[in-house]
Ligand binder design. Sequence first.
Ligand code: BJW
Length: 225
Amino acid sequence: MTRIVVLSGAGLSAESGLGTFRDAGGLWARYPLEDVATPQGFARDPALVHDFYNARRENCIAAAPNAAHAALARLAHVLGPELLLVTQNIDDLLERAGAPEVVHMHGEVMRALCGACEHRWDAPRAMHPGDPCPACGAAATRPDVVWFGEYPYHLDRIAAALAECALFVSIGTSGSVYPAAGFFAEAAGHGARTLELNLDPSENSGRFDEARLGPAARIVPDWVD
Ligand code: BJW
């Protein structure tokens, strides 16, 4: 039975050196999201999209988990199945901090996906247009991430947890991308208390029962411990 659902976003990994999307100087200020985070952008210019994710993969490999990842991993060990850790992040820093299970609703940069047969495998460090799928041979290799207009992963499992949890905690997300941005309202509708931990108030901050502001590496361990 899930008692606590944690939803994390880019702010969780900001102090590990991985950029956020919508903060000043964030990824979308430097790369138009229509070009690098939509299926249409990938169809137009797969080399550009592969370059973008190859660089993100290198950054992820070079980064280390911070105190917020470590605190959530500790909590996961204490609570076991009573905690569901859901992340919008495609990095593997929660896993590398020791979290036993992480639900990656927007996929994982360290995994590859065949756009033809949906086979998944560990990504090589660099992907290139025309790389063949190891299962079906189609030249349809892409990063296993969820772009705008695509269906996020594990939504049935997340919905079940939101319906039964007593506490929903949102960490380091601007609350501007759906369906994740609506999870707090879904949980609240089923009677859960809602808590936001963020550097700046998110779009729906005023609708949470409580908001605590500050950098994740400080306020997440404070909340957990
Ligand atoms: C710190 C910090 C520190 C900084 N400590 N905090 C109109 C209405 C409603 C929906 C739509 C609409 N038009 C289109 C849609 C749908 C669309 C959508 O939501 N668009 C919006 C732009 C409106 N959504 C989709 O297309 C999704 N699919 C979908 O809807 O399918 C149909 C469906 C319908 C109904 C139910 C179910 C399904 C798919 C969305 C896929 C998003 N993909 C990306 C890229 C993933 C791969 C990659 O990483 O490249 O996911 S976009 C990007 O945004 C990424 C993130 O996961 C996501 C969220 O960003 P996040 O994490 O919130 O980052 P930021 O930068 O926005 O915020 C950072 C936060 O951290 C800030 O609050 C800072 O304050 C904070 N912070 N430093 C603590 N040190």
